[in-house]
Design a protein around this ligand. Structure first.
Ligand code: ADE
Length: 242
């Protein structure tokens, strides 16, 4: 999978050299290219922002450097890439979207800063890219970079060969609409706290039933909205449809 990121802070993406994603890059599973938006400016100060038309607080990212940067990215291949523009006004990023994106051969990311990017850049980009404005959640970050780190990690770990044990991808929170059950490792007693007896019983049927109940209880307590969404779909919690 090819990934292109355009940002005014290329160093922000340095963590993508680490851990499983770093290894995926070295193994050739992920081909990541980070571009500095300021390389597409033509003035001495490498200006990327200006005051908003119509007034208002803050600065807006200028269309010219974005137009040239995205043209440069699009010229790197001959297919039509997805372009993700992170922002609090976008559609919510979910595990389902991560799965969808993991099928794509090429994803580009445009990291906005300040109050955001001139709206005409979105319009122009739609000629060349499948544009998606994506939000991590209902809060405001200073820019798109942290969102890109999160989205790239969530997507890249779904690519074959990135996570060693593919089974560990199946039993995760958000894969079937329920949160994960609690997990424990040795020792059986730590600082006076015991592992639930049933997990030491060796009775796999009862353990599976206990875990399922824990998932239901946890989801009801922490994320009742997820249970409500399953109910609306008439899906039995924790049972995958086809
Ligand atoms: N940029 C600023 N806030 C954001 C958010 N909530 N999600 C994604 N990108 C953002």
């Amino acid at each position: 999978m090819r990934l292109d990121v355009v940002t005014i802070f290329p160093d922000y993406l340095a963590p993508l050299d680490l851990s499983l994603i770093g290894k995926a890059r070295r193994d050739g599973i992920v081909d990541l290219h980070v571009h500095d938006l300021r390389d597409f400016t033509h003035d001495r100060h490498r200006t990327v922002d200006d005051t908003p038309y119509g007034g208002g607080a803050g600065m807006v990212m200028k269309p010219q450097p974005w137009g040239e940067a995205l043209e440069h990215v699009a010229a790197q291949g001959d297919s039509r890439p997805v372009l993700i523009i992170p922002g609090p006004g976008g559609e919510r990023f979910t595990q389902a979207m991560a799965r969808e994106l993991a099928e794509q051969p090429w994803i580009a990311f445009a990291c906005g800063r300040y109050e955001g990017i001139d709206e005409r850049v979105y319009e122009k980009a739609r000629e060349t890219f499948d544009v998606r404005v994506v939000s991590l959640g209902d809060y405001v970050l200073n820019g798109g970079e942290v969102a890109v780190l999160a989205i790239v990690e969530a997507v890249a770990r779904l690519l074959p060969g990135v996570v060693g044990n593919a089974e560990s991808l199946v039993e995760e929170s958000h894969e079937d609409g329920l949160l994960e059950y609690p997990i424990y490792t040795k020792p059986a007693v730590w600082q006076g706290l015991s592992v639930p007896e049933i997990l030491l019983s060796g009775d796999h049927g009862r353990i599976a039933a206990w875990r399922h109940q824990q998932r239901l209880d946890r989801t009801a307590q922490r994320r009742p909205d997820l249970l409500a969404a399953l109910a609306a779909l008439e899906v039995e919690p924790g049972v995958e449809g086809d």
